[in-house]
Design a binder for this molecule. Structure first.
Ligand SMILES: Cc1cc2nc3c(=O)[nH]c(=O)nc-3n(C[C@H](O)[C@H](O)[C@H](O)COP(=O)(O)O)c2cc1C
Length: 210
């Protein structure tokens, strides 16, 4: 029940108490939740940027449709996808599997060839869509772990990726931002914090086939 309580407690926080910082110990949990997120084929085509610098947050505000949670939050998480997902990217992942698990080449090679061939056939739009899906999954995971840690958060699509790329210099990392998430602690004056949760009835969203 603790999990469901946490999920009921959380809400898309609009007003953060700017005097409260998320502790490093909790940030470590967020980093690990991000990295432990399962991804398609285990390829992890995503990276997380964690911004505490106030000047940077201020610069991003106009490109977040002036949503103030960006600047008031303790930290701003920016979920990014890798721009270069090519043969080398895939082979690097197989090197990692090999170094961690010592899996023999005979076992890995057929799967490796399959993946290289599979990604070769995808268009760049399809690869971007695939990678973006993984970022959404990671954000869901981080959102849940944040709630369990009693950290407030606001999942956000409302920002201009091109401007974030420019301000954060993401081209040097070959990254594209796809989601942002300010985290911190809710301001007591946030009127949304006391509002009832709006969700469809369970019977409407769950179809059980027995
Ligand atoms: C992918 C995604 C994008 C969202 N983008 C924004 C946003 O840009 N700004 C905002 O204030 N809320 C944003 N939200 C918050 C949703 O409006 C909110 O989660 C939803 O209404 C459910 O409310 P709750 O999170 O308080 O339970 C976003 C949520 C998700 C999952």
């Amino acid at each position: 029940m603790k999990t469901i309580e946490a999920l009921s407690w959380r809400y898309a926080t609009k007003k953060f108490d700017s005097s409260k910082l998320v502790e490093n110990k909790k940030l470590e949990k967020i980093k690990n939740a991000f990295n432990l997120t399962p991804t398609s084929y285990g390829l992890q085509p995503i990276k997380l940027i964690i911004i505490q610098n106030q000047d940077l947050k201020n610069k991003l505000l106009p490109y977040s449709y002036n949503q103030n949670q960006i600047v008031d939050a303790s930290h701003l998480l920016v979920f990014c996808i890798d721009n270069i997902i090519d043969k080398e990217f895939i082979l690097k992942n197989f090197d990692l599997i090999k170094s961690v698990r010592n899996t023999p080449d005979e076992i890995l090679n057929p799967y490796k060839d399959y993946l290289v061939n599979h990604f070769n056939q995808l268009s760049s739009e399809e690869i971007i869509e695939w990678a973006t899906n993984q970022a959404y999954l990671a954000m869901g995971n981080v959102l849940t772990v944040s709630a369990l840690e009693k950290i407030d958060a606001c999942p956000m699509e409302g920002f201009i990726p091109e401007k974030f790329t420019e301000i954060l210099g993401l081209e040097q990392f070959d990254l594209t931002p796809v989601l942002v998430m300010p985290i911190g602690y809710r301001d007591k004056k946030d009127e949304f914090s006391s509002m009832k949760k709006v969700r469809k009835p369970l019977e409407e969203v769950i179809i059980e086939m027995n």
